[in-house]
Design a protein around this ligand. Structure first.
Ligand code: NDP
Length: 470
């Protein structure tokens, strides 16, 4: 008999996803370019309804039609190679699903190319890491809607469930929409992580709190507005000790951040679309400057900040202000990220549903957080909302917390503690709420040196001034 679905790629993600699908009562064919991983998956999981296959022909032939094939291989050239090896064996109406971290433009291209051969192609974001893949990820599928309907029952079963029981998966939109939303999710993840890192830095360098004290503070924060996976794991991370030295593990981990490029893609797309995305972009740059460890160590011996007195105010009060600043800045980041989704949706014709997107982020994925419900509510109140800051709840809470961000950023700047995302958050807030910005000077300069022309505030038309004659 034939299997109901196939998974290609038996590295950690593919294997766990196959096990997740199998655990919901499906029979799953598995295939991997090198046989050893397939053998390993079978050996590790005796008694499961996983069917190993060792050639592409055998794999394709083992599946019910229309075939449902999920790819979990390295993004990029490996995904193209895998698709090319499958293609000659597929029939019209088969459904290929790419669950890798694929660049959305690749998905747009593959969707179009495969549609010409009558093959449905779904590009889907899968978030939650290896644990999520096994127990329930957030899933962001894009592609032919009719094809998605055929796999929707499986996806709804394997997806994470939110508190109200709803599965964290929804049809996102045509072609690259799902991978775009996954990319934006990862960008937002970069911002959230950097904001937490800056909060930690302020508590450590400005307030001199110990790692244990900070663990308790993050734990407490996780009970309130900031309730989220990343705050929760940060609290836990801070409790771990190094086996060798007995020191807090964070104190022996090298402060040079890596990245796999999804944050960079998010910022590049923002630049392409002309959307301001400063906070996430600062968080990408913060990783880059962190990676320049040697250069920073050398610079630290040559470039001095000011000598400042240690903080003498009420530490508890300042910790609460940092918490408010963090929540404020997180809201700025999501306001920017969701504004980018709106412009991308218009540009690519995706008709994204922002409230539904926030909803599927509520569980399973790395940015899962209680406050996402507020975003869902905001778009339920007004599906055309231009910016989250215009929503009543977000408007109120950011107005209330702005005082804390201003104070925290001022203190940090004086003390020489870098807060690129906190300061970017307040700058965005002040720019967005400014009826007048100094771009009149920019326009005058552009007209001055390049005759680029300008518009006037008081009348219609395009103007050029003869700057060279007084
Ligand atoms: P990897 O990204 O490490 O990819 C390894 C898999 O790709 C192996 O099955 C490997 O086969 C296959 N592969 C590599 N090159 C080729 C090729 N040229 N032709 C055919 N197959 C090839 O595995 P992960 O499990 O970490 O991730 C799988 C996908 O899921 C990736 O796109 C990743 O970005 C994405 N993802 C990963 C997450 C994570 O937390 N790790 C989270 C969310 C998404 P072989 O064994 O033969 O080398």
């Amino acid at each position: 008999s034939k299997q109901q679905i196939g998974v290609v790629g038996m590295a950690v993600m593919g294997k766990n996803l196959a096990l997740n699908i199998e655990s919901r009562g499906y029979s799953v064919s598995i295939f991997n370019r090198s046989a050893s991983r397939t053998e390993e998956a079978i050996a590790e999981n005796p008694g499961k309804n996983l069917v190993p296959t060792y050639t592409i022909e055998e794999f394709v032939d083992s599946l019910e039609t229309p075939r449902k094939i999920m790819l979990m291989v390295q993004a990029g050239a490996a995904t193209d190679a895998t698709i090319q090896s499958l293609l000659p064996h597929l029939d019209k109406g088969d459904i290929l699903i790419d669950g890798g971290n694929t660049f959305f433009q690749d998905t747009i291209r593959r969707n179009e190319e495969l549609a010409n051969s009558g093959i449905n192609f779904i590009g889907t974001g899968v978030s939650g890491g290896e644990e999520g893949a096994l127990k329930g990820p957030a899933i962001m599928p894009g592609g032919q809607k009719e094809a998605y309907e055929l796999v929707a029952p499986i996806f709804e079963q394997i997806a994470a469930k939110a508190e109200d029981g709803e599965p964290c998966v929804t049809y996102i939109g045509p072609n690259g929409a799902g991978h775009y939303v996954k990319m934006a999710h990862n960008g937002i993840e970069y911002g959230d992580m950097q904001l937490i890192a800056e909060s930690y830095d302020l508590m450590s360098r400005l307030l001199g709190l110990s790692v244990d004290e900070m663990a308790d503070i993050f734990k407490e924060w996780n009970e309130g507005e900031l309730d989220s996976y990343l705050i929760e794991i940060t609290a836990d991370i801070l409790t771990h000790k190094d086996d060798e030295t007995g020191k807090p593990l964070v104190d022996v981990i090298l402060d040079a951040a890596g990245n796999k490029g999804t944050g960079k893609w998010t910022s590049q797309s923002a630049l392409d679309l002309g959307v301001p995305l400063p906070l996430i972009t600062e968080s990408v740059f913060a990783r880059y400057i962190s990676a320049m460890k040697e250069e920073r160590v050398e610079a630290s011996t040559k470039i001095k900040g000011l000598d400042v007195q240690p903080f003498e105010g009420d530490k508890k009060e300042l910790v609460e202000k940092i918490r408010e600043a963090l929540y404020f800045s997180k809201i700025m980041s999501y306001a920017q990220g969701f504004a980018q989704l709106r412009i991308a949706s218009e540009e690519y014709g995706w008709e994204l549903n922002y409230g539904e997107i926030a909803k599927i982020f509520r569980a399973g994925c790395i940015i899962r957080a209680k406050f996402l419900q507020k975003i869902t509510d905001a778009y339920a109140n007004n599906p055309e909302l231009k910016n989250l800051l215009l929503d009543e709840y977000f408007n109120e809470v950011t107005q209330k917390y702005q005082k804390s961000v201003r104070e925290v950023v001022a203190l940090a700047v004086q003390a020489g503690v870098p807060v690129p995302t906190f300061s970017s958050a307040i700058a965005y807030y002040d720019s967005y709420r400014s009826a007048d910005l100094p771009a009149n000077i920019i326009q005058a300069q552009r007209d001055y040196f390049g005759a680029h022309t300008y518009k006037r505030k008081d009348k219609e038309g395009i103007f050029h001034h003869d700057w060279y004659t007084k």
